[in-house]
Design a binder for this molecule. Structure first.
Ligand SMILES: [Mn+2]
Length: 371
């Protein structure tokens, strides 16, 4: 039954020639290589991890290439750490690998020269597979497959696995399902029918118990402290919400708080900002595609940094100033916030309303469990 389903799927793919043509081109680039370096975005998310694992699968299975996976930053979120442990993936810090020692270099779920990847943009890339809007630097790679309409790189990688006729192991299926789910917020955000189709194909092959354990991984106490900080600092400006989180170890909470705060009643766009190693990271979210926060992110970055993304989720990274100012990143955070409010409909001169207004919750009431 299973193999019949897979055969039907691969028959369908054979009629629709595109995936076969792409796979052929990818194979031509991998041909003859012994080693492959797969570079992910800094602080990789489940989509990046799943896409890297899937590309490794193709390189291993079709070409017996040994692969190294590398990224900068840290895998901060407990869920992502749990995913790595489940996949038994060994990731290397990008600054400890020598790209010139590899026969081929690939980048997945990111593009060269973007703000979220530290690989020297002058390093020639053989393969770029991604779903963010295409960048100029990407075009010089030998093989590029950038589909900005897709909700996840995992969806694209699923097509390659199918086209290659590779039996998708439960671990890979689980990772790809999680990659699609998390990049599209359970298919509700910036997803296409391709993402839905890939999800439906992969779900029966996934280990749902393992996935359940990954998505509800234990969270350290610092997580809750940072979440509380994000809530305490959230300010509502009409239908927008802003939270400046201050100094962080990784930008994970910036993205997570932006997702969470978008759910505030009456809010249609959110922005959260934080400082990591002197960089300012901002995550933008919108409840509707028409808000095009990717365009707003590009405008916010202007010439000082990197900005972009999709219609409903986007990010900005601003590098440290060459001459540091006394207030560190505070003025940058303030400028980004003011410009965000201006670009999304005004109100930048008003103070806004704190989300967790003291009047909404009586903290002075004595706690009967204390003392
Ligand atoms: Mn992605």
């Amino acid at each position: 039954m299973e193999s019949l389903r897979r055969r039907l799927v691969s028959d369908h793919m054979a009629q629709n020639n595109e995936p076969q043509i792409r796979l052929k081109k990818l194979n031509a680039v991998l041909e003859g290589a012994k080693s492959l370096l797969i570079v992910m975005q800094n602080n990789p998310d489940p989509d990046a991890i799943a896409a890297a694992a899937a590309l490794r699968e193709i390189a291993n299975n079709l070409h017996s290439i040994s692969c190294s996976l590398a990224h900068s930053g840290i895998v901060g979120r407990a869920e992502n750490q749990a995913l790595l442990a489940y996949l038994n993936l060994n990731m290397r810090p990008l600054d400890t690998v020598h790209p010139d020692r590899f026969d081929r270099i690939a980048m997945v779920d990111a593009q060269p020269g973007a703000g979220n990847v530290d690989l020297d943009p002058t390093v020639p890339l053989d393969i770029v597979i991604d779903h963010h809007p295409i960048r100029r630097e990407t075009r010089s790679a030998r093989f590029t497959d950038v589909r900005s309409r897709y909700g996840a790189t995992s969806t694209i990688m699923h097509e390659y696995l199918l086209a290659a006729g590779i039996d998708i192991a439960p671990k890979i299926a689980t990772a790809l399902v999680y990659g699609i789910r998390s990049d599209t917020q359970d298919l509700g955000r910036d997803s296409t029918r391709h993402d839905v189709q890939a999800f439906l194909d992969l779900y029966p092959e996934a280990n749902v118990r393992a996935l359940g354990r990954i998505v509800s991984a234990e969270l350290p106490r610092t997580y809750f402290a940072r979440l509380r900080n994000a809530l305490d600092r959230a300010i509502i400006h009409g239908d927008r919400i802003v939270s400046c989180l201050g100094t962080l170890e990784s930008p994970d909470m910036v993205a997570e708080a932006a997702d969470f705060l978008l759910r505030v009643e009456g809010v249609s766009r959110s922005i959260c900002l934080g400082e990591v190693d002197g960089w300012v990271h901002a995550s933008l979210r919108a409840s509707d595609r028409s808000f095009k926060v990717g365009v707003i992110a590009r405008k916010l970055a202007a010439r000082r940094g990197y900005g972009g993304g999709h219609h409903m989720l986007a990010a900005v990274q601003i590098p440290p100033r060459t001459r540091p100012t006394a207030d560190g990143c505070r003025s940058t955070v303030k400028t980004l916030t003011t410009r965000f409010l201006k670009l999304t409909g005004g109100g930048e001169d008003e103070a806004g309303v704190p989300l967790c207004d003291a009047a909404l919750c009586d903290r002075d009431e004595p706690d009967p469990c204390m003392g």
